[in-house]
Structures are given as structure tokens and as C-alpha cells.
Design a protein around this ligand. Structure first.
Ligand SMILES: Nc1ncnc2c1ncn2[C@@H]1O[C@H](COP(=O)(O)OP(=O)(O)O)[C@@H](O)[C@H]1O
Ligand SMILES: [Mg+2]
Length: 267
């Protein structure tokens, strides 16, 4: 973090890198296209007792203000303290609480949600869609809040679980995983831990490996579009990670491990 005219600049993130500031208890950042819908959703979550997300404070001039959530947000390479079994379980429980509260929050499915990472099947609630470590606040070794709801859009809860699994297990080929994650994580055991902590049903467990593959494809499309639109932060990240071969490798890995993941979830 560094001091700036707009407050303390907050490090982390890609889409709004350099544009997120903290002033006391408030975060000031570029507004997403349906920030009004997101603020209403965040208020609805809070009314239903969910405290694991910021609240909208104000909106205008292309920017939004949200409450600052006290804690730590990990940046890559991710430290071991956010990749413990306990940390992973806490992510699963937090996501479950988000979905349980969100199931009762009304929203307009036809609103102008940013669907760049949305579930192609659509669904009954607003998914977060970007449950990566950079968007989860930790306190005392446990996930306490999700932030950055810019890509929230209608979807199935399973879509969010798949997103979380890809980033938090991680479900990633060993070469790519070694660049960003601590050594020694057992993906099969951790996938099961996350599914159990969330409380996936048997049917959801059966569907999860294929949905993870879909989220990886969606993630690649998202990055391809950003690069095609001239977004330098994304272009540099792709180059730094060895180009599109990294995405090919990740996708091939998911296919090759499909049966092993399925067995770990089932047995
Ligand atoms: N409401 C918040 N409370 C605490 N920290 C926040 C909040 N919003 C953003 N941050 C911090 O700022 C960083 C970047 O913000 P984020 O909104 O995720 O940007 P981006 O859209 O680029 O991903 C986050 O990784 C986190 O450290
Ligand atoms: Mg973010």
C-alpha cells in the first residue's frame, strides 16, 4: 500500500489495479456497470444476517464507495497461512453462508450484470464468480469476507464452488501451481475438504469436475477478451506466465484428472 491523493492505495487485483483507495473505513474504487444492483444485493445479504461482505456506501461519477473490511488479503505467490486445511474449510463455509443468505435476496435477472465470468447455464441466485484468494479477507487464519463483487451475475451455486475449487485447492497443473502456491498441497484431499465444508450434495459432487472445466474455459475467454481490448495488466500477466500455453496446460490437466477428482469427491 502507498499513500496517494485519494487516500491509501490498496495493492492487489488486476481489473482495477492502481485505482482502489482506502480512506479510513471506506474503500473508493471504480464502479462496475451494475454497481447499483451490487449495492442492493450487499444490503440484502446484510439484512439476512450475512456479515461476510462489504456494504455499499455511495455511488456516483463512475466510482463507488464501500465499507472497508478489516483483515488481510493474500496476493500471489500465496503464503502457506491462507492455504492451510483450516483456511480452505473456512472458504467453503463462507461461500455456503453467502449462498444461503443470497438465496433469499431478490435481484433482477435481466439487469445489466457483467456476465464476463458468469455461469452460462444461468441460475437462481447471484454468484460472486471470482472467488480467488485476492478477493477473500482473512482474520486469524480464517476467511471472513468476500470482496470485489464486480462480476456478480445470476448462476448456480455450484458455479461459485467450482470457481473457488479451481483457485483454492488449487485445481491447476503442477508447473503453474508451483509458481503461485506453496509446495506440498494435495489437490484430491483438498478438493474433498472444500466440498465437505461447503456441504455439496451427491449430485453436485458428480457435476463438479465438469463445471470446474467450464469455469476454466470461461476464465480463459475473460482474459482473452481483456487482452484483445488492449488491457496491459492482463497482457503482461499472460506474458509473465509463459503465454497461452499456461492456459492450455491447465485445461489439459483438468481433463486428465477428471476421474481422479470425481473419485475424491465421491468415495
Ligand atoms: N471492501 C474492502 N475491504 C478491504 N479491502 C479491500 C476492499 N476492497 C478492496 N480491498 C483491497 O483492495 C485490493 C484490490 O481491490 P479489488 O476491489 O479486489 O480490485 P480488483 O477489482 O482490481 O480486483 C483487494 O485485493 C483488497 O486487498
Ligand atoms: Mg479483486
Amino acid at each position: 500500500m502507498s499513500a496517494g491523493a485519494g487516500g491509501e492505495r490498496l495493492a492487489g487485483g488486476m481489473a482495477n489495479a492502481g485505482g482502489v483507495f482506502r480512506r479510513g473505513g471506506v474503500v473508493d474504487r471504480p464502479a462496475s456497470r451494475n454497481a447499483a444492483g451490487v449495492h442492493a444485493y450487499l444490503a440484502g445479504l446484510r439484512e439476512r444476517g450475512f456479515d461476510g461482505a462489504p456494504l455499499g456506501v455511495a455511488l456516483g461519477g463512475g466510482r463507488e464507495q464501500l465499507t472497508y473490511v478489516e483483515g488481510d488479503v493474500a496476493l500471489p505467490p500465496f503464503p502457506a497461512r491462507v492455504m492451510t486445511d483450516g483456511a480452505l474449510r473456512s472458504v467453503g463455509r463462507l461461500l455456503r453462508r453467502l449462498h444461503d443468505a443470497g438465496a433469499d435476496v431478490p435481484f433482477d435477472p435481466g439487469a445489466d450484470w457483467d456476465r464476463a465470468l458468469a455461469d452460462p447455464a444461468g441460475g437462481p441466485l447471484l454468484c460472486h464468480n471470482d472467488v480467488c484468494p485476492e478477493n477473500v479477507v482473512f482474520r486469524g487464519g480464517h476467511a471472513v469476507a468476500l470482496i470485489d463483487f464486480d462480476l456478480a451475475a445470476p448462476g448456480r451455486p455450484l458455479w461459485d464452488v467450482a470457481m473457488a475449487a479451481r483457485f483454492w485447492v488449487p485445481m491447476l497443473d503442477p508447473v503453474s501451481a508451483a509458481a503461485q502456491y506453496p509446495a506440498g498441497l494435495d489437490p484430491l484431499r483438498r478438493l474433498r475438504l472444500l466440498a465437505d465444508a461447503y456441504g455439496l450434495t451427491p449430485d453436485e459432487r458428480a457435476d463438479l469436475p465438469a463445471v470446474v472445466e467450464q469455469t476454466a474455459a470461461a476464465g480463459r475467454c475473460f482474459v482473452e477478451r481483456r487482452v484483445a481490448d488492449g488491457d496491459l495488466a492482463y497482457a503482461e500477466a499472460v506474458a509473465r506466465q509463459g503465454g497461452w500455453a499456461r492456459w492450455d496446460r491447465a485445461q489439459a490437466w483438468l481433463v486428465s484428472r477428471r476421474n481422479a477428482y470425481a473419485a475424491a469427491l465421491r468415495d
